[in-house]
Design a protein around this ligand. Structure first.
Ligand code: ZN
Length: 218
């Protein structure tokens, strides 16, 4: 069982599912030579993929190319289905920082064969997560600066203003497929600058005003 915490609060949330979105920043779509999607493309990570700041992510032996993706994470605070965009923000309990670790070589092979991505995206330790900042403490989730450093070197720098589908649209669209339950987490996609991490690397992902998550790679 995996739980996450809201800052300045004793409230624990038991994590259900982690809903992720592919291709949500134009520059990142282009760097992977993908076509922009005409609706959000969702995939899931299991709750068992979560690690916390200070822990170690382990690259599975079946991959030679694990990529970092810094993402804004949204913690769902109440149940909803077919949520209207105008009401979507009321379902968010807090915001956090995630790293969507992705086995790019495995993913490319699965894509080429038309197979699901789980082996590339859902492996153990593939979802490092910070604690969550209460939603009321985040003035504008569509103006957040995301960065990711590897061994002190800046690799990703982006702003949530550049999302193709903003938070309210993602929640509304996802809730037409999956009921969103208290403790579910939505990852909102990564800006440009994704690249490999290797055993021994120290990785820090931060969002100003939200938090940070620091991991080591093994
Ligand atoms: Zn991602």
């Amino acid at each position: 069982m995996h739980t996450v915490r809201l800052h300045h609060s004793s409230r624990l949330f038991q994590v259900g599912k982690i809903v992720c979105v592919a291709r949500n920043y134009g520059e990142h779509v282009r760097e992977l030579h993908n076509r922009p999607a005409n609706e959000p493309v969702f995939f899931l990570k299991p709750a068992s993929s979560i690690i916390r700041s200070g822990e170690t992510a382990v690259i599975p032996p079946y991959s030679q190319n694990c990529h970092h993706e810094v993402e804004l994470a949204m913690l769902i605070g109440k149940w909803g289905r077919n949520i209207r965009e105008e009401e979507a923000m009321q379902h968010i309990a807090g915001y956090g920082v995630a790293i969507d670790l992705t086995l790019r070589d495995v993913q490319e092979q699965l894509k080429a064969e038309g197979l699901p991505w789980d082996k590339a995206k859902g492996f153990d330790t593939s979802c490092p997560l910070s604690d969550f900042m209460p939603a009321a403490a985040v003035a504008d989730p569509s103006a957040l600066h995301l960065t990711l450093m590897v061994n002190g070197e800046l690799r990703q720098s982006g702003n949530s203003a550049d999302m193709i589908y903003p938070p309210a649209t993602l929640i509304s669209a996802a809730s037409r497929i999956f009921a969103l339950e208290r403790g579910d987490i939505l990852l909102t996609g990564t800006p440009a600058g994704v690249g490999p991490v290797r055993p021994g690397d120290q990785v820090t992902a931060s969002i100003k005003g939200v938090g940070a998550v620091h991991i080591r790679i093994r």
